[in-house]
Design a protein around this ligand. Structure first.
Ligand code: UDP
Length: 494
């Protein structure tokens, strides 16, 4: 599958879920013979090198650019008072994209055209195609100026993309912005394919936060929409069966849409030149604690609740304790990822649960905590029976690949709509959005693991996993989609 030195440049959003998804795509392209330049911000790359240094490989290089943000939290202090944690997190991303637009422009330009206009330092050919995250405006602007073809890579879910593409229709119908004191359970009309089950509370957080049509969040989403249609193709991190409801509607707007996901399965089944794990990037911005694997080995099959809220979610101590009591109440062992700084105030787990007098020692011992887990391995472990997840798209997809039923507790961006799809479309679990009392946590976990519908969730999740696996095998839809993508990129360089 060797290409005649075709050079592609990948430009992700510098955040854990995005970098990881994009690196997997980069691994696939590299294993298929392309020269790969992977752009990361200096800040994000420093963390990446500390936690999981990538292997040295010929034809694969990282290049860093500044993000332009100050090292202190000036932006946070300048934020309007009273913003919710998810609105504040989103504001940080807006600041980041804006600052990259001005302060990283020249650095990025030099990656596309070497400074002296001459030879690439590694004697690579010029970039044939930029594969850019549709959320990074800079990636498109400079490539277009220099007439380098761009393809969109969306690392968020197809259902959230569809909801965002519907913004003009939702405005026309008066669905957004929501009225004051909106009933969040009201159905939403105007998002193709989702009319029968979508409620206000299920829309991505850009819709929830928007108080007016000139809201920054909503305006940003419109920019991303315009990026989606200006690229020569859209590459989604999904596969045809998972998103059979949505893909035809997306293809109305973006006719050349590839769905070659999930990339790690594809990498295995394509066996591109006998690639093994040492030749791919694990892409962790946090240090992985593998001690939980031995703990999982000691637990009965399908008994453990795995809890992870991803790399960005922040919760209060009160929310942490409600979750903890709920999990303890299930009587099941649980493995919970608590990142440093994830709980407001920076308290340690021991400190937070130390004062909870009404829980006996045996119950406390049922919980295992780590700062960062090898998530895909954890989900594939026989002991795991349920994933309590924030429904980040990578986590949702990884759970489907592993066939593990979910309890969704979304925090922001696409997670609200993903969680609705878990319960209403894929029927592989339940949606716990906007709820967090201990009794709710206990009830939802029990519903997925032992309730009337537990067997149905397990069956649907296993069938989904099988379908996704088949699709990545030779002749399957993901496999074919990736082959077509390769041909498309090749055609741009000829
Ligand atoms: N992840 C991990 N270990 C953990 C928690 C998360 O490796 O302890 C990985 C997970 O496998 C996924 C990514 O981090 O690939 C999180 O991405 P996602 O889109 O789910 O959420 P985000 O972090 O963007 O909110």
């Amino acid at each position: 599958m060797e290409q005649a030195m075709i050079h592609v440049l990948l430009f992700p959003v510098p955040a854990q879920g995005h970098v990881r998804a994009m690196l997997k795509l980069a691994d696939l392209l590299h294993a298929s013979g392309f020269c790969v330049t992977f752009v990361n911000t200096e800040r994000s790359h420093r963390r990446f090198l500390e936690s999981s240094p990538p292997p040295e490989r010929p034809r694969f290089r990282f290049r860093t650019i500044p993000d332009g943000l100050p090292d202190d939290d000036t932006w946070r202090r300048a934020a309007p008072a009273g913003l919710s944690a998810d609105a504040l997190t989103f504001l940080l991303f807006l600041e980041l994209f804006e600052s990259m637009r001005t302060r990283s422009r020249e650095h990025y330009r030099e990656l596309l055209v070497p400074a002296d206009g001459g030879r690439d330092p590694d004697r690579w050919p010029p970039v044939a195609c930029v594969l850019a995250d549709s959320s990074v405006p800079l990636a498109f602007e400079v490539a277009e100026e220099l007439k380098v073809p761009v393809m969109n890579v969306a690392t968020n879910s197809a259902c959230s993309i569809m909801a965002h593409l519907a913004i003009p229709e939702l405005i026309k119908r008066g669905e957004i912005p929501f009225p004051e004191d909106a009933d969040m359970d009201e159905p939403v009309r105007g998002v193709a394919g989702m009319e029968s089950f979508l409620r206000r509370r299920d829309l991505p957080s850009s819709f929830r936060e928007a108080k007016s049509l000139d809201d920054r969040h909503l305006q940003f989403r419109m920019t991303v929409n315009s990026n989606l249609v200006r690229g020569s193709a859209l590459i989604l991190n999904t596969e045809e069966h998972i998103d059979s409801l949505i893909l035809p509607h997306i293809r109305h707007v973006c006719p050349v849409t590839y769905a070659p996901g999930p990339p790690h399965l594809l990498l295995k089944s394509m066996n591109c030149g006998g690639v093994d794990d040492t030749e791919t990037s694990s892409a962790n911005l946090f240090e992985v604690d593998r001690s939980c694997m031995a703990w999982l080995d000691s637990q009965p099959d399908k008994s453990v609740v795995y809890v992870s809220l991803g790399s960005i979610t922040v919760i209060s101590k009160e929310t942490f304790l409600e979750f903890w009591h709920g999990l303890v109440g299930t009587g099941r062992p649980f493995l919970w990822v608590i990142r440093r700084g994830m709980v407001e105030g920076g308290m340690e787990v021991g400190e937070m649960i130390g004062d909870e007098a009404d829980v006996d020692e045996a119950a406390r011992q049922r919980g295992c905590f780590v700062g960062w887990a090898p998530q895909e391995e954890v989900l594939a472990h026989a002991a795991v029976g349920c994933f309590l997840t924030h429904c980040g798209w990578n986590s949702t997809l990884e759970s489907m690949v592993a066939g593990v039923p979910m309890v969704g507790w979304p925090f922001f961006t696409d997670q609200h709509i993903n969680s609705r799809f878990v319960s209403e479309v894929w029927k592989v679990g339940v949606d716990m959005k906007d709820l967090n009392g201990r009794s709710v946590v206990e009830r939802m976990v029990r519903e997925v693991m032992e309730g009337e519908r537990a067997e149905e969730f397990r069956k649907n999740a296993s069938e989904m996993a099988l379908m996704v696996k088949r699709s990545s095998e030779e002749g399957g839809s993901s496999y074919t989609s990736f082959k077509n993508l390769i041909e498309h990129i090749k055609s741009l360089s000829s």
